[in-house]
Ligand binder design. Sequence first.
Ligand code: WTA
Length: 651
Amino acid sequence: MADFDPQILNEPRIAPPEEFQKRARVRSLEEYQEQYDRAAADPEGFWLEKADLVEWFTRPVKTLEWDEPFAKWFVGGKLNVSYNCLDRHLTHRANKPALLWEGEDGKTAEITYAELHGLVCRFANVLLSLDVKAGDCVAIYMPMIPELLVALLACARIGAVHNVVFGGFSAPALADRINDAGAKVLVTADGGYRRGRIVPLKEAADAAAEKCPTIKKVVVVRRTGAEVAWKAGRDFWWEDVMNTAARECAAVPFDSEHPLFILYTSGTTGKPKGVLHTCGGYLVQTTWSTQLIFDLREDDVYWCTADIGWVTGHSYVAYGPLSNGATLVMYEGAPDFPQRDRFWQIVEKYKVSILYTSATAVRAWVQWGREWIDKHDLTSLRLLGTVGEPINPAAWKWYFQVIGRGMCPIVDTWWQTETGSIMISPLPGATPTKPGSATLPLPGIAAKVVTLEGLPVKPGETGYLVIERPWPSMLRTIYGDDERYRRDYWSRVPGKYFTGDAAQCDANGYFWVLGRVDDVIKVAGHRLSTMEIESALVSHPSVAEAACVSRPDEIKGEAIVAFVTLRAGQEMSGALRISISDHVATVIGAIARPAEVRVADLLPKTRSGKIMRRLLRELAQKGGISGDTTTLEDISVIEKLSHYKAAADDE
Ligand code: WTA
């Protein structure tokens, strides 16, 4: 959890830019408050009204069935998510671009709603021909290319459950996620481009599939043309199977609670959890929140820069915007390839009006300097957003002034993989903002800051962020582990959803999310678990024990510091240090590579043998140790660690 400077609470609020406010959906704080109060007085009535934002084949008969901690939303309703994202637009948006795609290598594609509908129907037929049935799981491991969006929607069309694994994860991490979900088919590509290099996705997919007995078929998009290994009978080229597939595929109605996807995310143990989302509630809330928070209009060009491998990509690249019939921009590669103005080139070229990105990206731009921005015309932008981690006020102000010319509201949106949709955020035409605060909960969202006993804390005091009532796009369970779902989310603070975040409310009732209170860390907005990294570290042949903590990082928000003890007879060397870091990258993915690997003779432990992460964190962040060390098994360990820190600095 980052240090919090209470001074920032006193900064004046910034009113929504006037021009924006004039035509916004919600135009004043009073209007927001009126909606919030109405929702609080009758949450079910409020959400039932929001259900009208999507098309149902059969309307729900009941808004919520709540058997804590298990929720069913829009009970009795039947819908098809892909129908809502495609078919319902064909009457009036058939020729509107749904997707403006740019590959890192400069290749582009423009796909209208009618065309996307055709592709999705075809691929849905492909999946059916590969024996995928409603309820079966399909794993997706792809670069950010149009086929990824097609695969997602095709699953939704036939009621298959997608399990997207971020292309930055390695083969073992992919295999774990496929095996946990029991996926039948894997959709991948021969590779993707990242900083001019080819990411060998098929190679990783092959290595994973070897360890996944449930995978019967693999569909491969030809993106790079690179040579790939081939297993006849199991592997199919995308273009081949698409060419023979029929163009028509009826959108079958599914129950509101039919599963839509499983998305693995990191928790407090080494085992990632499969967050399960279902169709009705998820679609209603992502559709609604996209309209409200991005103030989406028919002529907007909307760009959420997240990868579809993370929840932001699911909800705010794919489902929310497409359900609203938006034109979205999707970019395959790195923001600094070939140069540091790639994003601004894209904004200028496509006339992007809404830009939703990570705080890490903003901090990187600040460091890269204005010259990259000043080269481009960014006047098409009218709204900016951030997500995934706290944004420091200095970066916020830079984003507002330099990118937004002081004319674009910034929505700092707080939410989680588990919440499915944005929960706390300014409404861009209504909520005065404070740089660094996600401001106020959306109507219908009962967010509070409380003690572990569930008692409210006073303004300016730190407590736990909880949600007091169920909401439509909430996770339904952890796939295959109802008990863990109950324990992690609904038992820490009795009767309330526990977010894992610490927060404060200020005198205006604004929320300041301070960061995680558990072993989850955010490196460049990517959610990782220190425990997962530790188990990767101890699987290295030279490592005996490991403990990971994070330290603040100017750009990435947090960086990983790994403390290891070596097996008998092993000596630390530069080569071993690299081999240990590389090993983490091989087991999990490059995103989990430690920024530092430090060696100790022993790790500090309590008498009961628990590693004292607090001390390690202090060491990693400040270099020394203060505070209570009386529960330490071997105090000399700390001195040794401090010594090693000095040695590491000398290197
Ligand atoms: C953090 C990402 C501060 C938080 C959508 C949360 C934020 C975790 C914000 C979820 C924000 C997300 N300000 N912190 N605006 N948004 N977080 O599941 O710690 O990848 O619990 O979902 O990110 O991360 P996840």
